[in-house]
Write a protein that binds this ligand. Structure first.
Ligand SMILES: NC(=O)c1ccc[n+]([C@@H]2O[C@H](COP(=O)([O-])OP(=O)(O)OC[C@H]3O[C@@H](n4cnc5c(N)ncnc54)[C@H](O)[C@@H]3O)[C@@H](O)[C@H]2O)c1
Ligand SMILES: [Zn+2]
Ligand SMILES: [Zn+2]
Length: 361
């Protein structure tokens, strides 16, 4: 039996998204049908609808979600109907060359549902990041479901499914923040703010938040930033150096992903320091750096996909930190909205009004 449900679809590049009825098949082997309870609006959804990721319209948006397993396909073990799960876009294969080397967070062959979800006329949808979760129900690979403590409310838990995990992991997993380190984070939306919180939890001595919006900087202070820099008013590189004894930070996280922020990150880090790029650049952007500086400054230039997380390891651990009051996921939820409000949420994101708008169902 297929399910007809309401879902948020981006039909063409740059056009407003619409709520449409889509068809979700019953789960086959290796698949699960999940009733979505909450799904955050991530900047990557906006990148999709702007054609910034690829041209495979129509997209079924939403990918930062938590919900209940409603049904599983034949032979599925490990999850069952009723389980509270966070959806992930890294269902590792266990067999590719990354998995074989014991580094499954780089898995090159992650699993998604095999059966397509479609519009009513049969047009297949491209689910954002292989999920699609601005909907009453969605179909995913079972490995995309990570069971966590159901005591966590869905609106908060779901955020670990993308942006918060990406930012937290960019600092803690990819950047490997150490006790006493200095860390600067450029761009404090949902992703960057989670990097700030992660750096604090990992024991960074200085956590410097950079944004163009004073409201984000105020919020960053309550999330663990020890210093803030208004990128509109100050020379970011100079300001970070001033705050770090003239040297630059041990780790700079670029949670924007533009050439100007990447250059700031590159020069605001100390010699032998690390840059982690977690913001997603658009296809037309390039960055030019003197190769001698790339060589001479040493250290590491890294990218972070999904915070190099392993959902089965990291989601339950972060939910435990949340439930014990040490990681305030609720602070990321600026507002809860309905399925029909995603376009408005993009507007608010664009104007910097929100950390996360979360669709609740
Ligand atoms: N790598 C990953 O796995 C991953 C996962 C999720 C999101 N992302 C990406 O991370 C980026 C941030 O996502 P988000 O949801 O936090 O977005 P957001 O729009 O909520 O936040 C972006 C923030 O950057 C600030 N900003 C913009 N330009 C700036 C500049 N020049 N200097 C300083 N601050 C600036 C904005 O004021 C805003 O606070 C996006 O590119 C998104 O696609 C990456
Ligand atoms: Zn793999
Ligand atoms: Zn995302």
């Amino acid at each position: 039996m297929a399910h007809e449900v309401r879902a948020v679809v981006a039909r063409e590049k740059g056009a407003p998204v619409s709520v449409e009825t889509i068809v979700v098949p019953d789960p086959g082997p290796g698949e699960a049908l999940v009733a979505i309870e909450a799904c955050g609006v991530c900047h990557t959804d906006l990148h999709y609808r702007e054609g910034g990721i690829n041209d495979e319209f129509p997209f079924f948006l939403g990918h930062e979600a938590a919900g209940r397993v409603e049904a599983v396909g034949d032979g599925v073990t490990g999850i069952e109907p009723g389980d509270f799960v966070i959806l992930n876009w890294r269902a590792v294969c266990g067999q590719c060359r990354a998995c074989s080397k014991g580094k499954p967070w780089y898995c090159f062959a992650t699993h998604n549902a095999k059966q397509p979800m479609t519009l009513l006329d049969g047009t297949p949808l491209s689910p954002a990041l292989g999920i699609g979760a601005f909907a009453e129900k969605t179909l995913v690979a079972t490995g995309q479901c990570t069971k966590v403590d159901p005591a966590a409310p869905a609106a908060a838990a779901g955020l670990l499914g993308c942006g918060v995990m990406a930012g937290f992991g960019a600092a803690v997993n990819t950047g490997a923040v150490g006790r006493g380190d200095s860390v600067a984070v450029i761009g404090c939306g949902g992703v960057g703010m989670a990097a700030v919180a992660g750096a604090k939890l990992a024991g960074a001595a200085k956590v410097i938040a950079v944004d163009l919006d004073p409201r984000k900087l105020e919020r960053a202070k309550s999330m663990g930033a020890t210093h803030v820099i208004d990128g509109k008013a100050a020379d970011v590189v100079e300001a970070v150096r001033e705050l770090t004894g003239g040297h630059g930070a041990d780790l700079v996280v670029d949670a924007v992903g533009r050439p100007e922020t990447y250059k700031q990150a590159f020069y605001a880090r100390d010699l032998a320091g690390t840059v982690v790029l977690v913001g997603v650049p658009t296809p037309e952007t390039t960055v030019e750096l003197p190769l001698l500086d790339v060589f001479g400054r040493g250290g590491a230039l890294k990218s972070s996909w999904y915070g190099d997380c392993l959902p089965s390891r990291d989601f339950p651990a972060l939910i435990d930190l949340y439930l014990s009051g040490r990681f305030d996921l609720d602070a990321f939820v600026t507002e809860t909205i309905g399925l029909g409000d995603v376009e408005k949420a993009f507007e608010k994101m664009h104007h910097g009004d929100v950390l996360r708008s979360v669709v609740v169902l």
